[in-house]
Design a protein around this ligand. Structure first.
Ligand SMILES: Nc1ncnc2c1ncn2[C@@H]1O[C@H](COP(=O)(O)OP(=O)(O)OP(=O)(O)O)[C@@H](O)[C@H]1O
Length: 326
């Protein structure tokens, strides 16, 4: 078997200080070479801390991390040569041009001049900035800067590129642009991409994700696999009498109908849209509205943690109003 790009075994991190914050409470992880792997979790879940340990920026309190086959504690300089990092905060020099920012990074890694110039051209093309190489970075939009940061992180051909919240703070169009180029990076360079995110849409782009909450990984798999495991579509009915409706559905159709405290009647089904007409036909009470929600990563998150990663948003995008009846 080929060596994993990243392996974490029993990793804990407690920050010192008053009370001591247990930011990471025992994570085990294996990321394959060439994979796009996402760590999905809400603010404060411990994602940045986990990445900081993999990047050798902070040491685990307990446990072991290997990146590109090197132990992050015992062989930190080797790990640093094998990785690129795109931080949440920009670290570009706005007073330099895009080319100068990349070349400066090449110098840090002792890339010979001609190789650095060729790599600069190649990467500016890869991230869609070929015609902006001589532009001052302070004149760039947020999306352009982020793409340039990605190019810079790739200058020395790292085995693993870490991206902490790669599209946070960007407008939706720029976010799409960044992802187009990340997909291009993944196709053309044999780099493992390890990213943290609290955007469900971004997690959908990953080959595999780990869901992190309160310092622990609560689920891991492909986005599709995780959704399938959670299973059914959610059918929510708004009726004139929810208790009577739930009782009727249980008695007449034998379906497990719930009446959640938030109101309405909830039924789960492998094919929600197909079941809706039968549900409505079985009811004597008035049905004001029916909503079918396909499982989303939001549902997966809710299933594993008992709470939503954020209010509103992605789940709602998958919701399909299938009409009111009666
Ligand atoms: N240097 C630090 N010293 C003390 N506590 C810290 C430090 N860095 C992070 N924490 C705490 O550790 C916990 C996890 O933070 P972390 O930044 O790793 O989470 P995150 O999932 O990356 O969140 P975000 O998306 O907001 O960056 C939080 O409670 C945070 O306040």
């Amino acid at each position: 078997m080929t060596q994993p790009a990243i392996r974490a075994v029993g990793v804990h991190k407690t920050y010192r200080g008053r009370g001591g914050t247990a930011a990471v409470r025992g994570i085990d992880l294996e990321v394959r070479q060439g994979e796009v792997f996402g760590l999905l979790g809400p603010n404060g879940a411990g994602k940045t801390t986990a990445v900081a340990m993999m990047c050798t920026l902070t040491a685990p309190t307990r446990g072991r991390i290997e990146v590109a086959g090197h132990d992050a504690a015992a062989a930190a300089p080797r790990v640093r040569r094998a990785i690129g990092v795109v931080f949440q905060e920009s670290t570009l020099d706005g007073e330099l041009t895009a080319e100068e920012n990349l070349r400066f990074h090449g110098e840090l890694y002792a890339l010979p001049g001609a190789a650095a110039a060729a790599r600069t051209r190649e990467l500016l093309g890869l991230v869609g900035l070929a015609d902006r190489g001589r532009g001052l970075v302070r004149t760039f939009s947020g999306g352009m800067r982020r793409r340039l940061e990605i190019a810079r992180g790739l200058m020395h051909r790292p085995r693993v590129l870490f991206l902490d919240e790669p599209t946070v703070g960007l407008d939706p169009n720029s976010r799409i642009g960044v992802w187009e180029h990340l997909r291009e990076v993944r196709t053309r360079e044999d780099t493992t991409l390890f990213l943290t995110t609290h955007y469900l849409e971004e997690a959908e782009e990953c080959d595999r994700i780990a869901i992190m909450d309160a310092g622990r990984i609560v689920a891991e798999g492909t986005p599709a696999g995780l959704k399938t495991a959670v299973g059914a579509d959610r059918i929510e009915l708004r009726t004139g009498d929810d208790r009577a409706a739930a009782r009727a559905l249980r008695d007449r159709l034998g379906v497990a109908a719930e009446t959640p405290s938030t109101g309405g009647v909830l039924v789960r089904s492998g094919d929600g849209a197909a079941l809706v007409p039968r549900l409505c036909a079985a009811l004597d009470v008035q049905v004001h509205a029916v909503t079918v929600t396909r499982p989303s990563l939001d549902e997966v998150f809710l299933h594993h943690t008992g709470h939503r990663i954020r209010s509103g948003g992605a789940g709602a995008q998958h919701a399909e109003q299938v009409g009111a009846a009666r």
